[in-house]
Design a protein around this ligand. Structure first.
Ligand SMILES: Cc1ncc(COP(=O)(O)O)c(C=O)c1O
Length: 390
């Protein structure tokens, strides 16, 4: 491996939310943080280098996007996922959550329904609720050691008159599924049948472990191009979340115009210079770094999976098909709050309790394994010590 993912980088005295918020979230500051989805690895050296150069330039006036900015992203999607995107389909935004919010404002009215597949990334709830739209839950089903979609329930919810939007999370945070072509095809058929606009959050799409393969939603059929938006960012892939650069792929011209109208009305079109510089170089030069990262993450996942199966088999878990997030079932140890207390005060690890992703997640905990393996080993051993006699 060319890149060093074993290096422990001290983030305590930076503005990192993952490290700064420990005391507020867990009530003590001696916690190993394994919650929010960013990694404790440095970004690719090529990205750090270009940011240093840009900082040394010393002038940070208003930036302007040109074609050079889009092509590395377009090439990336073609090389990594085998799909062609036209430049005019792309709208830039400064974060995927805000980009989803804009879509909700653009294509629905207060009181309309938005369907999500729970348990799911919790800001989805907030962006729907805070804009006066109604959440309809299409709960995922856990069968044969895997989560699957409940299409019968989905069809019922899509058939309601006020259902306008559906948010897909692919790969799915927190359950780690990478949806297969057959699943996406069924989904797309239903969206088209009921005229529901599909918002596909594919922020984790580069973090997929073979043999699983990510399939961008707009590549499923020609029809879905006219009724979908796909959301990307280099932020999970290259650990750049604080730089706020993201891309929305909107092939249909009418949907794109409506989307841009909302951006204009909110005056939120400008990007951050450092985000622009980093995104471009990451997509241009980050492929080898990402290949090494995926190998490293795979090792971390194998470690956690084997550890719990051998040493603490009452904690049930699957290997994620994508993402650096693992979904651990602690229900054998009883009440979620009680388990959280043991994790925090005895094991001193900061996982996220499953109920914040939806009631279906109650008793599960999400563990972010994007850290040096020595930290991961320490966390797993501490969890073992805290639970072994219970
Ligand atoms: C599914 C999903 N979407 C969006 C985001 C956040 O995106 P952004 O920081 O670009 O708003 C995350 C971060 O964890 C995520 O997991």
């Amino acid at each position: 491996m060319k890149y060093d993912f074993d290096e422990i980088v001290d983030r305590r005295n930076t503005e990192s939310a993952k490290w700064k918020a420990i005391k507020k979230l867990y009530g003590r500051d001696d916690i190993i943080p394994m919650w929010v989805a960013d990694m404790d690895f440095k970004s690719p050296p090529e990205v750090i280098e270009v940011l240093k150069k840009r900082a040394e330039h010393g002038i940070f006036g208003y930036p302007m996007l040109d074609d050079d900015y889009f092509y590395p992203f377009i090439n990336w999607i073609e090389i990594k996922h085998g799909c062609k995107i036209k430049k005019e389909w792309i709208v830039t935004t400064d974060g995927v959550v805000d980009a989803l919010k804009i879509a909700i404002l653009a294509y629905s009215k207060p009181g309309d329904n938005v369907v999500i597949q729970t348990p799911v990334y919790y800001p989805f709830y907030n962006i729907i609720n805070s804009n006066g739209r109604m959440i309809l839950k299409n709960s995922l089903k856990f069968e044969n050691k895997s989560y699957r979609m409940d299409f019968d329930d989905l069809e019922k919810k899509f058939s309601l008159k006020r259902t306008k939007l559906f948010i897909l999370c692919n790969p799915h945070n927190p359950v780690g599924r990478v949806w297969k072509r057959e699943e996406l095809e069924k989904l797309v058929q239903l969206c088209i049948k009921y005229n529901v606009i599909l918002l596909s959050d594919e922020i984790h799409s580069d973090l997929v472990f073979s043999p699983n393969k990510h399939i961008p939603i707009f590549s499923i059929s020609e029809d879905i191009k006219d009724t979908s938006l796909t959301f990307y960012a280099p932020s999970k892939t290259f650990n750049l979340a604080g730089l706020k650069a993201s891309f929305v792929v909107i092939p249909n011209e009418r949907l794109r115009t409506e989307y841009k109208n909302v951006i204009e009305s909110l005056a939120s079109e400008s990007l951050n210079i450092f985000g622009m510089v980093a995104a471009k170089v990451a997509y241009e030069q980050g492929k080898n770094w990402l290949d090494d990262l995926l190998n490293y993450l795979k090792g971390n996942i194998d470690y956690v999976y084997d550890f719990f199966n051998k040493k603490l088999p009452n904690v049930k878990l699957q290997k994620p098909e994508g993402t650096y997030l693992m979904w651990l079932d602690f229900r054998a140890y009883g009440d979620e709050q009680k388990v959280k207390e043991i994790l925090v005060n005895n094991a001193k690890v900061g996982l996220e309790e499953g109920s914040i992703f939806g009631e279906e997640g109650n008793g599960f905990f999400r563990m972010n394994i994007g850290c040096p393996i020595s930290i991961l080993q320490k966390a797993c051993n501490s969890i073992y010590d805290a639970f072994k006699d219970l």
